[in-house]
Ligand binder design. Structure first.
Ligand code: GLA
Length: 722
């Protein structure tokens, strides 16, 4: 018997998916609805799971339909909780009741897979639910395909990827919010009756909320635990308008529904057409928020990133943006490249300003030819220079945008998102090209393909500096225009996929004015993301802390920039700035012409040290030992390589007061029986600290650091003795 489909004694099908430390189970109830049975810690293989029975009616106002947690509920039959699917039929009928039809399970060596077909009780609308459970991590991927076999079109007003349920308990919801320059704030709040909506209506992922959540079981009044306690989590792989709703029903059960944002949605399906939802990943850990993020981030490294399962640690980059902004030139960039090389940088990236008539952000976007004044001989001399310094070359592009002051816009004013006859709202004096249009898609693919074919470019920083407005697509009949929400993003993904296939050596960063487009959808096609335009190191500590809950340090580019910092006017030492950025994929983004000899020497020394331990830092298991949030004076992170042969830890103090010592750091995740040698990357341990001790010592006794002052940092490595 296939474990993905264990027949229950009642003869109604029950499905059971086991992976890592998690079991997920659902089955067909007596009304033929597909009902969730269980989502949590792994059950015994011998445990029989009975087919579900619908929840009883609690009162005439709390119907059984509403109380029963369906796997994918159509809006109909008195459902008041968030539906997964809502449609309008051509005759005006809006009642949709999905019943189980069939299932096709298939189990591979690494995952259990099952497709379950549902169909409306009378109309020819079917939904195929796709489930795939990763055997190792227990990460479950879920998505849905909606098919119209009716003789007339239907309009999909709401379509989720998946719905999940948790039984009544006291829960805390964690989610990430922010704004430009201040992304990745971790919010935690008690889940109460009613709905908490996490969403973007912006046509893109957004800085404001990220499509990730975690739900922790908490005792009344207690905080969410970092390393203990049950945690359920999910991440929606979609880079367009999205929504995740977390809702506690009147009987205290919690439901999570995530997928396309229903706001302004209206996807017409003609007879025979279908719509695929994004993928919603979900998982479970009994080891708190730390355990949850280690599982999800490992999965991203091994299953999502373009180079999965073995993404190479990112080259240390130099990026010119903060140093020169748009004032780039052949001589200026070449001089900077020479300086970058002396630091030990691997990749030189030229940012905005090299193309079209780009002098300020008022012109040029859309005209992807090399600016003749700044680069009279094209990009080749600069690229050759960078190669002669033994670095590879990367370039900034913002392919989906156009300035009204550009040749492209003058030629194709109809190519932007707009409603004819209505104003076109500019942001940063730019408009959004309608990538859903096939001609725009071809143009964007075409110029990028040409750029990559004609130049030796190893890396693109793909930017996206505004959100949508007036999202019209007037090429299509009115009833089809709202398809833009899906078609735009699918074309974005297809361009990225096609470029990667044609230029396999090219690596890509997703940037959107910082962290405006970070999600597991874009991370299938991009190797790294730019988490924030805010590079102030103190702010970065909290940004990075939030980021790592949902995404791995491998994908987290972290530049070291100038002091005092342009945003906060805070002055910090080079050592502090370097150590903060070394917790992610390190880059240098300052004006090297202004760095002192001491600064350059510190950066050079720490880049060399980073290169030695980078893989452990960005791909190891991360333990957030002390969180920098809530005004904490201290913070610390530790990462341990998968084979436990190496650990690296960082510690930071904001401002020492009253002579307080840094809290003793008890490390985690080491092999207790092995012996580890401690060496300093930067900073000192307290006097008397052994240089060699067991994993048990470092974890149980812990280590005291000599770390005091304002904005001070330290970093150490532990290497296991052979
Ligand atoms: C965005 C990016 C920056 C930089 C500028 C260039 O703001 O986030 O890093 O590339 O655009 O205009």
């Amino acid at each position: 018997m296939n474990p993905a489909c264990a027949q229950s004694p009642s003869d109604r099908p029950v499905f059971r998916l086991d992976g890592g430390g998690m079991t997920y189970s659902f089955g067909v109830n007596e009304r033929d609805e597909l009902q969730q049975i269980y989502w949590g810690g792994r059950l015994g293989a011998q445990d029989a799971i009975a087919a579900p029975r619908s929840m009883p009616e609690a009162a005439s106002f709390d119907s059984s339909y509403n109380n029963t947690p369906q796997e994918y509920a159509g809006w109909g039959a008195g459902l008041y909780m968030e539906p997964a699917l809502k449609v309008t039929f051509a005759d005006g009928n809006r009642d949709l009741v999905l019943h189980y039809v069939s299932a096709s399970p298939s189990t591979g060596p690494h995952e259990q897979v099952v497709d379950v077909a549902l169909k409306d009780i009378s109309r020819a609308v079917t939904v195929i639910l796709h489930y795939s459970m990763d055997a190792e991590s227990g990460i479950l991927s879920r998505s849905a395909t909606i098919e119209n076999h009716e003789p007339k079109p239907i309009v999909i007003e709401q379509a989720a990827a998946a719905a999940f349920a948790l039984p009544p308990a006291r829960y805390t919801l964690s989610y990430l919010s922010g704004r430009w320059g201040g992304e990745w704030t971790l919010n935690q709040e008690t889940i109460r009756q009613g709905q908490r909506v996490l969403e973007s209506r912006r046509g893109t992922t957004g800085h404001q909320l990220n499509p990730w959540f975690a739900i922790s079981k908490t005792a009344p009044g207690s905080a969410v635990e970092e390393e203990h306690g049950e945690t359920w989590f999910g991440s929606l792989a979609w880079s367009g308008s999205w929504r995740i709703s977390v809702e506690q029903d009147t009987l205290d059960e919690v439901r999570v529904v995530g997928g396309f944002n229903p706001f302004d949605f209206g996807y017409q399906l003609k007879p025979g057409e279908k719509l695929d939802s994004p993928v919603f990943y979900a998982g479970y850990s009994k080891d708190g928020m730390g355990g949850a993020s280690r599982l999800l981030n490992r999965y991203t490294l091994t299953h999502i990133l373009p180079q999965a399962p073995n993404p190479r640690p990112r080259p240390v980059i130099y990026n010119s943006w903060e140093a020169t902004e748009m004032n780039v030139s052949e001589a200026g960039q070449e001089a900077m490249a020479e300086k970058a090389k002396l630091l030990g940088v691997d990749r030189f990236v030229m940012d905005d300003g090299w193309f079209g008539q780009r002098k300020t952000d008022h012109a040029g976007l859309g005209d992807w030819y090399v600016n003749q004044e700044k680069f009279p001989n094209g990009l080749k001399p600069l690229i050759d220079k960078v190669h002669s310094l033994n670095m590879d070359f990367g370039l900034w592009v913002e392919p989906e945008m156009v300035n009204p002051d550009s040749d492209l816009y003058r030629k194709h004013p109809d190519w932007v998102l707009n409603f004819p006859g209505r104003p076109r709202s500019e942001e940063r004096t730019q408009l959004v090209l309608n990538l859903a249009r096939p001609d725009v898609r071809d143009y964007v693919f075409g110029f990028l393909d040409k750029l990559l074919s004609e130049n030796q470019i190893a890396f693109l920083k793909w930017d996206y500096n505004r959100n949508w407005s007036e999202p019209g697509w007037d090429q299509l009949p009115p009833e089809e225009q709202k398809k833009v929400y899906v078609a735009f993003i699918r074309n974005l993904y297809s361009i990225l996929a096609e470029l990667r296939a044609k230029h396999p050596g090219v690596e890509i960063e997703s940037c959107s004015g910082g962290g405006g487009r970070v999600d597991l959808g874009i991370l299938r096609y991009t190797d790294e993301v730019w988490p924030s335009d805010n590079t102030d190191p103190l702010d970065r500590l909290t940004l990075q802390d939030g980021f790592t809950h949902a995404y791995p340090a491998q994908a987290m580019v972290a530049w070291v920039t100038d002091s005092p910092h342009w945003l906060n006017n805070r002055s910090t030492s080079m050592s502090y700035r370097m150590l903060v950025s070394m917790q992610g994929s390190l880059g240098i983004g300052g004006n090297l012409n202004r760095w002192t000899e001491d600064d350059l020497a510190t950066a050079r020394r720490l880049i060399a040290a980073y290169h030695q331990v980078q893989k452990t830092i960005v791909q190891g298991d991360l333990y957030r030992l002390i969180s920098p949030t809530h005004g904490s004076e201290f913070s610390a992170t530790e990462t341990v390589s998968l084979d436990k042969t190496q650990a690296v830890f960082f510690a930071f103090v904001h401002s020492t007061q009253e002579g307080r010592s840094f809290p003793r750091l008890k490390l985690l995740g080491l092999d207790p029986a092995a012996t580890y040698t401690l060496s300093s990357i930067e900073g000192k341990a307290a006097e008397g600290t052994p240089t060699k001790a067991s994993g048990a010592w470092w974890m149980n006794h812990g280590i005291d650091l000599a770390l005091r002052g304002d904005f001070q940092g330290a970093a150490f490595r532990l290497d296991r003795q052979q």
